[in-house]
Structures are given as C-alpha cells and as structure tokens.
Design a protein around this ligand. Structure first.
Ligand code: 1DX
Length: 180
C-alpha cells in the first residue's frame, strides 16, 4: 500500500499514545521508524506488522486498532491535503459511499500502484443500507467499520454499523442504520 497508509498508522499512534509508543511498535514490527514516504509503495506486510505490533504493545485487540485506524483515516487524509477530493465525492454519507469507487478510480489514475477496494451500497425500504465491501486484502472488515463511523462523524450523522456477513472470501457485507 502507499506510504500514506503507514503514515496514518504513525499519526494515530503518536497522537493518541505518544512518540515512545510509536518507537516501541516499530521495533516490535521490525520496521524503520525513520518515516514512510506517502507516495512510495510498500509491501502490505509492513502495514499488517505495524497493526499487529500496535495491538501487542497497546494491549488492544487488532480489531480495535483497525477500527480506530479507519476512524482516523478521514481526519488524516483531510489534514494531508485530500480534503477537496473528499468534499467533491459527496455531501452526505450515502452519496459518499456511492462514489467511493469513482474516487478510487481518480486516485488510481495518478497512483498506478493503488489496489483499491470496491464498495456497493444497496438502499433498503426502511432507509437503512447494506454496504458491500470487496477487497483483495484480508481481515480489514473492522477498518471499514471505522471508516464508515469516521465518515458519519464528518457528515454529522449518527449511525450504527454491524458486520452482516463475511463468509465469502474477499466480500463483506455491513448493515448501516441511521440512529437518533
Ligand atoms: F469508507 O484495501 C472512506 O495503496 C472509506 O481493503 C473508504 O492500495 C474513505 F499517497 C493519496 C495517496 C497517495 C490519497 F498519493 C491514497 F498515493 C485514498 C485518500 C483513499 C483518501 C486504498 C489507501 C488502497 C491505499 C483499504 C483501506 C482497505 C478507502 C484504505 C480506504 C479515501 C484507502 O478512502 C482495503 C493502496 C489516497 C487516498 C481515500 C486506500 C491503497 C476509503 C476511503 N483505503 C494514496
């Protein structure tokens, strides 16, 4: 994945747990803490190692780390200058989710090594949604829960999201309900 992702892991850890925690995590993950380059490509294994080491060091389940990362991603990418892109892609949570593939297409034109996931949202009669998430990467469903929660905060809407089904490899389904 692009270094931007590893930089976001770094930003999350350092802002919440401090510089020492980040150094400990890098040591445990056998990763150089010298800094990732946002636009360089890194092996996905590095990101998984960082998440694993963060989970062990902070004594938090990997799912919790992944979800926190997902929530942080929206804030982080806006800070890092991708706010306009995010703003262009929708004025509401549902519109944004509907445009995620188009957004990744755009980014992919400039960033040829991007391996984006794909999302499809189905609207249900009662106003809730089923979100389909297709990815070549394994085990990242908790990150998607965080991503959607982060987006909901950004669009100032309260939602509940739950994993409905992950029985087919590469495809997860989530239920998203607006809540009062
Ligand atoms: F719900 O793969 C909301 O490298 C969502 O299953 C989900 O393959 C927002 F540095 C710049 C750059 C670069 C901008 F210039 C990426 F290169 C991308 C910014 C997406 C904002 C996907 C990151 C693939 C890297 C992937 C989880 C899980 C998608 C991370 C979240 C908005 C982004 O993102 C999986 C890669 C960006 C950039 C957004 C992603 C790669 C998402 C979302 N993905 C690189």
């Amino acid at each position: 994945m692009y270094g931007l992702v590893n930089r976001a892991v770094e930003g999350l850890v350092r802002s919440r747990f401090g510089d020492d925690a980040w150094l400990t995590i890098c040591k445990r993950a056998k990763v150089d803490p010298g800094g990732f380059v946002a636009m360089d490509l890194y092996d996905d294994a590095i990101t998984y190692q960082l998440v694993g080491a963060a989970s062990e060091t902070l004594e938090l389940p990997a799912e919790t780390v992944l979800e926190a990362f997902g929530e942080y991603w929206t804030i982080y990418t806006i800070e890092e200058g991708y706010g306009d892109l995010v703003a262009m892609m929708g004025g509401s949570l549902n519109e944004f989710l509907d445009n995620l593939d188009a957004m990744h297409d755009r980014i992919g034109h400039a960033m040829p090594g991007l391996v984006p996931p794909s999302f499809k949202r189905d609207s249900l009669e009662d106003g809730s949604s089923v979100l389909h998430y297709y990815s070549e990467r394994e085990g990242l469903a908790p990150m998607v829960i965080g991503l959607v929660k982060g987006l909901a905060k950004r669009f100032e809407t309260s939602i509940e999201i739950e994993l409905l089904d992950a029985s087919v490899p590469g495809h997860c389904q989530f239920m998203i309900r607006e809540s009062a």
